[in-house]
Design a protein around this ligand. Structure first.
Ligand code: ADQ
Length: 746
C-alpha cells in the first residue's frame, strides 16, 4: 500500500497543480471575454439613448426623459438606465432600479471631468452590477448630461462557475484514469510477479518440486528471478549430494557421534528439516537493569539434551520466547539463528501473553501435570481456567508449527508434558505429518493419572502421535496400562503399540543422555579454572561434594542437606574437612510451592551451617544462581563427590554430566535410586534419599572408597555415558520415526 501511494501521490500532485494553473488561466480569459462583450453591449445601448437624450436634456423635458429610459430597459440583461443633467443630478431613472439613485457614484464626476465614457463593476445591495456611463454633448464640445446603463452581472459568475465545474470534472476523470493505469502497471510489472516469486520460493523451501520459477520477467526483475532460481538449484543439488554421502558414511560408523546423527538425519529426512517443539527455548535474551543484554542457556534437561542434536542436524526449534529482550533479536517471522555466535539452526519464538503463561505453564503444566507425574507428595492442582489457557497455548504453538511444515511428509518432534494436545492439533490439519513426542518426566500408574480431570483429552491428544517415547520401560508400561484402563482402544503388548481410530501409536524406550565430549577445554585451562574456583570458595584441602540442580522439590535438595547434617553428627572426624557445594538455579519462582521451597532451603543451609561451623569452615556453600555450562563443568571436575538425591526424576542429566566431566579423575557419584539414570549408572553409590541414615552412611562410604575402586567404577560409568550418549538417543528416535514415516507412505 505504501509503495503504491509513493508511486501515485507525486503523479497526482503534479497533475493537480498543472490542471489548477490551467483552470486559473482559462477562467481569467473567459472573464475578460465576457467583460469585453458586456462593455460592447452597454456602449451600444448608451449611445442609442444618448442620441435622443441630447434633445431631452437641452429642453429639460423630464416626461420625455422618463419615456426614454423605460423604453430601453427591455434590452437583453439591461437592468435599467439613468439620465443625469450636467451637474450629475438624476433627470430620469428606470423604475426597476429607482433605488440606484441613492447610491454614491463618485465615478460620474470623473466622467464629467474627463469627458470620456467609463465602464466598471459596482457593488449595490449585495450584488455586483455593471455600469456604463457616457457623456452627452450639445452640438459642440460641451457636456450637457450623462447617460448610465446598468447591467445585472450574475450570469457572468454563473458562466465562470460552469467553467470551474467542467475543469474539476475533467480533473477527477483524468486522475481516476491515471491512478487506474498506474495501479494496473504496478500490479502487472511488480506486485504480481513478486507475489508469484515469493510463493514459489516458499514452496521450494518446503520441498515442492518445481525447480523453475513460474515468473517470466525481463530487465532488473528478470535478473533477480534468475539469481533466485540459481540459489534454489544449488541448494537442491547440495542437499542431494549430502544425502548420498550421508548414506555411505552411515554404513561405516559404529559409535554414535554428532557426525553420525547428522548423516542419519540427512539420509532419512533428506531435504526435509527437523521440527522440534518445546516450551523452554534453548537461548534466552535477558536485559538487565544496566541496559545490557545477556544470552543465556537455561537450566533445563530438555535444553541440555536437544541443543546438541539441533546443532548437529540443523532444523527449526519452536519454543516460547520468554526472555524480556527476546523480541529485539528476531526477524519479521519471529526467527533467529542460534547459537548466537555460530548459527547452526533456527529458533522460532512463540509469544504468549502473561495470562496464557500463567495458566498454561505455571498453572496447568507445573502445578497440575508436574506433581501428578512425580510421586513426591505435592498435591496437583487442576483449575478449569488453567486448562482453558493450556488448550489455547497448545493451539498457538500448533499454528506456529503448521506455518513452517514442508509440503510433504513433515516430521515433528514434540517435547514433554506442556504439549499433550499439540499432536492432535497438528494431525487434524496435516494427517501426512509424522509426529513424535518425548515425555521427559515419569509417567505415573493409572490410579494416579486418573486423578486428572482432563485425562481423556490428554490421552486423546497423545494418541495422535505416531511415536511416544519415555526414558524407562517402567514408564512405557505405566502409559500402556493407563490407556488400557481409561480409554477405548486396542493395546498391542507384542508390538508395544496402541491402535485407536485408525491411528497406531508406538510406545518405546529411549533413555536420554548428554553429549559426553562437549565443553572439554585444554587440560591446562581446565586445571586453572578448577584452582581458581577452589581458591575463591576457600575449598582448598577440602573434600568437596557437589550438587547441581534447578531448585525443585523433586530434586531432594532439603534431604541432601539433612543427610550432610546427619553425616557430620555421626562422623564428626569430617568436620572442617567436608563441604557440600550446592548450585541451585532458581526455577518457577513465581509459584508459591517453589517460593516456599527456596525459603526452606535457605533456612536449612543457615541452620546447619550455624550448627556445625568451626572457625572459618562451614559445611554448606550454597550458590543460588544460574551458571554457564563451562562454570558447572569446573565444579564437577572439582567435586570429589557428586550427589544426586532426586525424590523422583525421569532421567537426571546432572549424574551423567558429572561422570562425563571427570574424565578418568577419581570421584564418586551418589545417585538416588528414584532417578532414571540409576538404571544405567549401576556403579554409582545408590541411595534412598528419604532414608537420611542410609544417605549419611553413603556419603562416608563414598569418601572412604579406595581410590582404585573409585577409578574403576567411574571408568565403567564413563563408558556407559559415552556409548549411550545423546546422539544415540536422538538417532534411535529419528530412525524409529522415519521408519514409521516410510511404512505410512507404502
Ligand atoms: P530437569 O528436571 O531440568 O529435566 P536434569 O535432567 O537434571 O533436570 O537437567 C538439569 C540441567 O540443568 C542440567 O544440564 C544441569 O547442568 C543444568 N543446571 C542445573 N543447575 C544449574 C545452574 N545452577 N545453572 C545452570 N544450569 C544448571 C527434565 C527431567 C529430567 C530429565 C531431563 C531430560 O526432569 O528427569 O533428565 O528433563 O529429559
Amino acid at each position: 500500500m505504501r509503495r503504491v501511494l509513493l508511486l501515485i501521490l507525486p503523479t497526482l500532485i503534479i497533475i493537480g497543480a498543472g490542471l489548477t494553473v490551467f483552470g486559473l488561466l482559462e477562467a481569467r480569459s473567459v472573464r475578460e471575454r465576457l467583460m469585453d462583450d458586456l462593455e460592447r453591449k452597454a456602449r451600444t445601448v448608451a449611445e442609442s439613448i444618448a442620441l435622443s437624450a441630447g434633445d431631452v436634456l437641452s429642453i429639460s423635458d423630464v416626461e420625455a426623459a422618463n419615456r426614454l429610459v423605460e423604453s430601453f430597459q427591455k434590452r437583453e440583461r439591461v437592468q435599467g438606465c439613468v439620465i443625469y443633467d450636467r451637474a450629475a443630478r438624476v433627470v430620469a431613472v428606470t423604475e426597476r432600479i429607482s433605488d440606484w439613485q441613492g447610491k454614491a457614484k463618485p465615478y460620474l464626476e470623473e466622467v464629467l471631468v474627463s469627458a470620456t465614457p467609463r465602464g466598471g463593476l459596482e457593488r449595490f445591495q449585495e450584488y455586483s452590477w455593471y455600469s456604463y456611463v457616457l457623456p452627452v454633448f450639445d452640438g459642440g464640445n460641451n457636456i450637457i448630461g450623462l447617460v448610465e446603463v446598468v447591467y445585472d452581472t450574475s450570469y457572468l459568475f454563473d458562466t465562470l462557475a460552469e467553467v470551474w465545474r467542467r475543469i474539476s470534472v475533467a480533473l477527477i476523470i483524468l486522475t481516476s484514469l491515471i491512478v487506474l493505469a498506474l495501479l494496473t502497471v504496478e500490479r502487472r510489472t511488480y506486485a504480481l510477479p513478486v507475489r508469484q516469486l515469493t510463493a514459489w520460493f516458499r514452496g521450494f523451501q518446503k520441498g515442492e518440486e518445481d525447480i523453475v520459477s513460474p515468473v517470466r520477467a525481463k530487465g532488473d526483475f528478470g535478473q533477480l528471478v534468475s539469481e533466485v532460481e540459481q540459489v534454489a538449484l544449488s541448494l537442491r543439488v547440495a542437499r542431494r549430494a549430502a544425502v548420498e554421502e550421508a548414506h555411505e558414511r552411515l554404513q561405516q560408523e559404529e559409535l554414535w557421534t554428532e557426525a553420525k546423527l547428522r548423516d542419519l538425519v540427512q539420509a532419512r529426512l533428506g531435504e526435509n528439516a527437523l521440527f522440534v517443539v518445546s516450551n523452554r527455548e534453548p537461548y534466552i535474551h535477558i536485559a538487565d537493569e544496566s541496559g545490557g543484554v545477556r544470552c543465556v542457556r537455561p537450566a533445563s534437561g530438555v535444553v541440555t539434551a536437544m541443543d546438541p542434536i539441533l546443532q548437529a542436524c540443523g532444523g527449526t526449534w519452536i519454543a516460547h520466547g520468554s526472555g524480556n529482550a527476546d523480541r529485539k533479536y528476531v526477524n519479521s517471522k519471529n526467527k533467529l539463528g542460534v547459537p548466537p555466535d555460530d548459527n547452526r539452526y533456527i529458533l522460532k519464538r512463540v509469544w504468549l501473553t502473561k495470562d496464557e503463561e500463567e495458566g498454561y505453564y505455571y498453572g496447568f503444566a507445573n502445578e497440575g501435570l508436574w506433581p501428578l507425574c512425580h510421586v513426591t507428595h505435592t498435591r496437583p492442582v487442576f483449575r478449569e481456567g488453567d486448562w482453558e489457557k493450556y488448550k489455547r497455548a497448545n493451539q498457538k504453538f500448533a499454528q506456529s508449527v503448521l506455518e513452517e511444515l514442508p509440503a510433504r511428509n513433515p516430521l515433528v518432534f514434540i517435547q514433554d508434558y506442556h504439549f499433550t494436545l499439540l499432536p492432535r492439533m497438528i494431525k487434524r490439519e496435516r494427517p501426512d505429518a509424522t509426529v513424535g513426542l518425548f515425555w521427559h518426566i515419569p509417567w505415573p500408574n493409572p490410579e494416579v493419572f486418573a486423578i486428572c480431570p482432563y485425562q481423556l483429552e490428554i490421552l486423546d491428544g497423545l494418541l495422535a502421535c505416531d511415536l511416544v517415547g519415555f526414558h524407562l520401560q517402567f514408564h512405557c508400561n505405566n502409559f500402556l496400562d493407563t490407556v488400557n484402563r481409561l480409554m477405548e482402544s486396542r493395546v498391542d503388548t507384542e508390538k508395544f503399540s496402541i491402535v485407536r481410530a485408525n491411528q497406531e501409536t508406538f510406545v518405546r524406550t529411549f533413555p536420554i543422555s548428554i553429549d559426553a565430549c562437549s565443553g572439554a577445554e585444554e587440560a591446562e585451562d581446565e586445571e586453572r579454572r578448577i584452582q581458581r574456583a577452589r581458591r575463591e570458595l576457600r575449598l582448598e584441602n577440602k573434600i568437596v561434594a557437589v550438587g547441581v540442580d534447578r531448585v525443585d522439590y523433586t530434586k531432594g535438595i532439603a534431604e541432601r542437606i539433612l543427610a550432610v547434617d546427619r553425616f557430620l553428627e555421626k562422623y564428626p572426624q569430617y568436620k572442617g574437612r567436608f563441604v557440600l557445594l550446592q548450585l541451585g538455579a532458581p526455577s518457577r519462582t513465581h509459584l508459591k510451592r517453589y517460593h516456599e521451597l527456596a525459603a526452606e532451603i535457605d533456612e536449612l543451609v543457615q541452620e546447619k551451617n550455624w550448627k556445625h561451623s568451626e572457625e572459618d569452615w562451614q559445611p554448606i556453600v550454597y550458590l543460588n544462581r544460574h551458571f554457564s555450562p563451562a562454570e558447572i563443568r569446573a565444579y564437577y571436575m572439582m567435586g570429589d563427590l557428586c550427589i544426586v538425591s532426586s525424590l523422583h526424576d525421569g532421567m537426571n542429566l546432572v549424574a551423567k554430566e558429572y561422570v562425563a566431566a571427570k574424565q578418568g579423575r577419581p570421584g564418586m557419584l551418589i545417585l538416588s535410586r528414584f532417578t532414571g539414570a540409576s538404571r544405567e549408572l549401576v556403579d554409582a553409590v545408590s541411595i534412598n534419599p528419604y532414608s537420611i541414615e542410609e544417605f549419611a552412611d553413603a556419603i562416608k562410604y563414598s569418601i572412604e572408597m579406595p581410590v582404585e575402586e573409585k577409578k574403576a567404577r567411574m571408568e565403567k560409568m564413563r563408558q556407559v555415558v559415552s556409548e549411550n550418549n545423546v546422539y544415540r538417543w536422538a538417532g534411535g528416535l529419528i530412525a524409529e520415526l522415519t521408519t514409521i514415516q516410510k511404512a505410512k507412505e507404502l
